[in-house]
Design a protein around this ligand. Structure first.
Ligand SMILES: [Mn+2]
Length: 355
């Protein structure tokens, strides 16, 4: 006799016995290619359902590429990164054993709770709508005491994300009166005031961020693009931004270049994948030769998370259309996981609490 599936029994009733009954579930293996791809298989929680203590970190996507001046496609990055991120799945929750890193000989992320709160809601090129949407997600993440981890999008999304952190630096916020120090990994300065009068291109996010009253030092690592706008350079230097070119990285190394970072102050990392060398991160719109290695970017993440608490992280400018084999999306996923691991492991990270 063939076995037909029956509809589920009404709540409270025991499962029907006998021929045709649903079999007890077998333990799932959930290999990386199976199922619905949330970031690293974190539980998906709608932002308005997040509660204080639910998560140490909350991943969300900002699938927007309306500010790119060259080859678009970054709007598809959150999906591409989530897809590849299942390689780094963990049972996020109190019983999470974390992962054991053979190179460091230690465990990371044990007990860490991560949620995926889905995406902000871009509406074509409507920036007001985008900004409101990003602010709403960030507000929910901060109210739950979680650290936002953003998957761009082109680099312009960093500005609405940073601006949405304003409440925690205002009176009543956990970091009231403190300053947020930004570390940008990037081939380009992204400090152009306007492009033909337009202030929100992906060349301008840090010029806009510098206008936020709580933003302190801005450090950019990996700069090497030729055709840097001299006015942008002068404005960045004039503001006291620390510009670490690739030649300086090669000469002095990452640790020396980041020795100036303040200790114990909140830090934000904005990781533009074009800061990496195109040989390891080809899937991006404006690659530049001579970039950072994976190990150097990890060293930046280590230096930052040792210096102070991580206030937020974004990984931007992945372009899946230009990404053979998904290597850039996979690297973006891995670096986001490792950034969380390093931040969680430093002791700066505490139990989530309402902000
Ligand atoms: Mn950039």
């Amino acid at each position: 006799m063939s076995r037909a599936l029956r509809p589920p029994s009404p709540a409270g009733e025991p499962a029907p016995a006998g021929p045709g009954a649903l079999q007890p579930a077998v333990p799932r293996a959930d290999l990386p290619y199976v199922g619905i791809a949330t970031f690293a298989r974190a539980p998906h929680v709608a932002p308005d359902l997040l509660r204080p203590g639910d998560a140490h970190f909350a991943v969300f996507g900002v699938p927007f590429d309306g500010a790119v001046g060259y080859r678009p496609g970054q709007r598809l990055a959150p999906r591409a990164i989530r897809d590849l991120s299942t390689r780094y799945a963990l049972p996020w929750g109190p019983d999470n054993p974390g992962y054991w890193d053979i190179q460091d000989g230690r465990w990371y992320l044990a007990g860490c709770r991560l949620v995926d709160v889905g995406d902000a809601d871009p509406l074509y090129t409507d920036l007001e709508h985008l900004d409101r949407s990003v602010a709403a997600v960030i507000a929910a993440v901060l109210a739950a005491g979680a650290v936002p981890v953003v998957l761009g999008g082109d680099h312009s999304v960093t500005y609405p994300v940073l601006r949405a952190l304003t409440p925690i630096f205002e009176s009543g916020g956990v970091w009231a009166g403190r300053r947020l120090h930004v570390v940008q990994i990037d081939a380009h300065l992204d400090f152009t005031d306007t492009v033909a009068g337009y202030a929100r291109s992906n060349s301008s996010p840090f010029r806009r961020a510098a206008e936020l009253p709580f933003v302190g030092t801005i450090t950019v690592v990996g700069v090497r693009g030729i055709r840097t706008n001299p006015e942008a350079y002068a404005a960045a230097v004039g503001r006291g931004n620390r510009i670490v070119t690739m030649r300086e990285v090669r000469r002095s190394g990452i640790e020396a270049a980041l020795g100036h970072l303040p200790r114990g102050e909140p830090l934000y990392v904005s990781l533009d994948v074009d800061g990496l060398d195109p040989s390891v991160a080809p899937g991006t719109s404006s690659p530049e030769p001579g970039g950072l290695t994976y190990e150097e970017v990890r060293a930046v993440l280590q230096a930052v998370t040792e210096a102070g608490p991580l206030a937020g992280l974004d990984v931007v400018e992945v372009n899946p259309y230009l990404d053979p084999g998904g290597v850039t999306s996979l690297l973006a996923a891995r670096l986001a996981v490792e950034a969380m691991a390093l931040a969680y492991g430093t002791g700066h990270s505490q139990e989530p609490e309402a902000r």
